[in-house]
Write a protein that binds this ligand. Structure first.
Ligand code: NAP
Ligand code: MG
Length: 479
């Protein structure tokens, strides 16, 4: 694999300054490879290559042909499913079954957007007599993509699928902590025949390659997933050049359980939506809000289930893996230490398997009982396998609590009352609301994105195609 190279204008090349970064396996702390540490000059070359591609043949490629290329890439990914699964699990530490799911999802992104490429229609508008008006949906041009380490392969498909289907040429800066699957996926994309310059990949660190991309004057849109803090930096840099942004910045998503819900079904979903990817999921259901009348009984069941959870290296394929890095491990342990100092009681903890390396970045899955509503565990994104339980009094209280953080990404509502389901769906300020279910991970077809600090713009589904295009109004005065 072309690990220590950047991919620009259809060529794997050494970054201008020749610098590299070491890649570490989170399960063991061991070095597993090196990647290129691209800088502003490399980003500049990549943006220029993308511009030439967009203004050249790629800009003239028929939608059906763009779609076919994406569909071919989907097929190619599935042909390499085992290899990509092993690479993603090693690089991120995630359990093999989850990594496999991610690789199938990235294939599905290219399949979905391959099929959608020639189905994004414009409009005509009835106007004055003697006029005809049409709305064209045109690609934005050169799109910049900055993605995080939690789902590198899935993010590759989520952000590039709609951008390329819509006819843009792209520059991708993956995360320094995990980007081996992105490098391999870029190789596969080159093999299926995307023209030179359509996909450019510049690995590197955020403050260098990422900052250079978000402040580049010749990009037409920036798509970013990551922390709210960096989201602000990206927007400020892009604002200088009047470049629009689509931002997905995480959440503190609630699972809201009413007394009349099917408790066993709710518990399975709540646990899996939290421990999936060791809690390092933007849409993790990291708060469980429970109606007071069933609080003790529900918590007893949840506690039993939590105690069974196991964390271990990716190849043991357990409920949780390690966190991505020592920094993230220390960050999550910081939340646990402060909760202890604040006297918040742990209801249950899972186990880190005895076979797990002491050098791996493990944290035991932890369930907290009755977290005060103003505590950081109730309000802040932990990005680890930590669940905060909070009782509520009635429906109005549940809605207040659900909307009571700075975030608004997704929500799960567990109740058998149809009218309440509808009221909650309307009252909750989040980009996705699930009734008697919770959708983390799935649903390439389903628009996804935030309210408030969770970001703005929409990814997935046809909404993403709209984000990666711009409407042009053409008015004919034919008399
Ligand atoms: P992050 O710093 O926001 O990283 C996301 C991406 O932005 C990475 O590719 C990163 O590069 C890049 N980046 C960093 N600083 C930048 C800058 N100044 N300009 C342009 N790009 C920049 O997130 P993180 O450090 O990996 O994680 C910190 C916290 O963010 C987590 O604990 C979690 O709460 C949150 N997070 C949320 C999501 C999500 O899915 N919403 C994903 C990851 C993290 P590097 O490769 O150098 O990091
Ligand atoms: Mg970072």
């Amino acid at each position: 694999m072309m690990s220590a190279k950047i991919f620009v204008d259809g060529q794997w090349m050494t970054p201008v300054n020749g610098a590299t970064l070491d890649m570490v396996a989170p399960s063991t702390g061991e070095k597993i490879g090196t990647i290129a540490r691209g800088t502003a000059e490399d980003i500049d070359r990549a943006v220029n290559a993308a511009r030439r591609a967009f203004e050249g043949p790629w800009g003239q490629t028929a939608a059906v042909d763009r779609g076919r290329l994406l569909s071919k890439l989907a097929q190619k990914i599935l042909e390499h499913e085992d290899e990509l699964t092993a690479l993603e699990a090693l690089d991120t530490g995630k359990a093999l079954k989850l990594a496999r799911n991610d690789i199938r999802a990235v294939a599905r992104y290219f399949e979905f957007y391959g099929g959608a490429a020639d189905k994004l229609h414009g409009d005509t508008i009835p106007f004055l007599s003697g006029y005809q008006v049409m709305i064209l949906r045109e690609p934005r041009g050169v799109t910049g993509h900055i993605i995080p380490w939690n789902y590198p392969a899935q993010m590759f498909g989520r952000t590039l699928g709609p951008a390329l289907a819509a006819g843009n040429a792209a520059v991708l800066k993956p995360a320094e902590e995990a980007c081996l699957s992105c490098i391999r996926l870029t190789e596969l994309a080159a093999e299926v025949g995307f023209p030179d310059g359509v996909i450019n990949l510049v690995p590197g660190i955020g403050e260098e390659a990422g900052a250079a991309l978000s402040s580049h004057p010749d990009i037409d849109l920036i798509s970013f997933t990551g922390s709210p803090e960096v989201g602000v930096l990206i927007q400020k840099a892009a604002a200088e050049n009047h470049v629009p942004c689509v931002l997905e910045l995480g959440g503190k998503s609630p699972q809201i359980v009413f007394a009349d819900a099917d408790h066993s079904k709710a518990i399975e979903s709540i646990v899996s939506a939290l421990v999936q990817n060791t809690g390092q999921t933007c849409s993790a259901g990291s708060r469980v809000l429970i109606e007071r009348s069933i609080y003790d009984q529900f918590m007893a069941q949840l506690t039993r289930r939590f105690k069974q959870l196991r964390a271990g290296p990716h190849d043991m394929d357990l409920d949780c893996g390690p966190l991505i890095s020592k920094v993230q491990q220390e960050r999550v342990m910081g939340f646990l230490d402060r909760a202890k100092a604040d006297g918040i009681e742990i209801a249950a903890q899972g186990q880190v398997d005895a076979a797990a390396s002491a050098e791996g970045f493990f944290v035991p899955p932890t369930l907290y009982r009755i977290v005060p509503r103003e505590h950081e565990l109730a309000l802040d994104e932990v990005f680890g396998p930590v669940l905060a339980a909070i009782p509520f009094d009635d429906e109005a209280d549940a809605i207040r609590l659900a909307n009571g953080t700075d975030f608004g990404l997704i929500a799960g509502v567990w109740t058998d009352s149809g009218a309440r389901q509808m009221r909650l769906a309307k009252a909750i300020r989040a980009g996705q609301v699930y009734i008697n279910g919770y959708g983390a991970g799935g649903g390439i077809e389903l628009p996804f994105g935030g309210f408030k600090k969770s970001g703005h713009g929409r990814e997935k589904g046809f909404e993403a195609l709209r984000e990666f295009t711009v409407a042009k109004t053409v008015v004919f005065n034919h008399g």
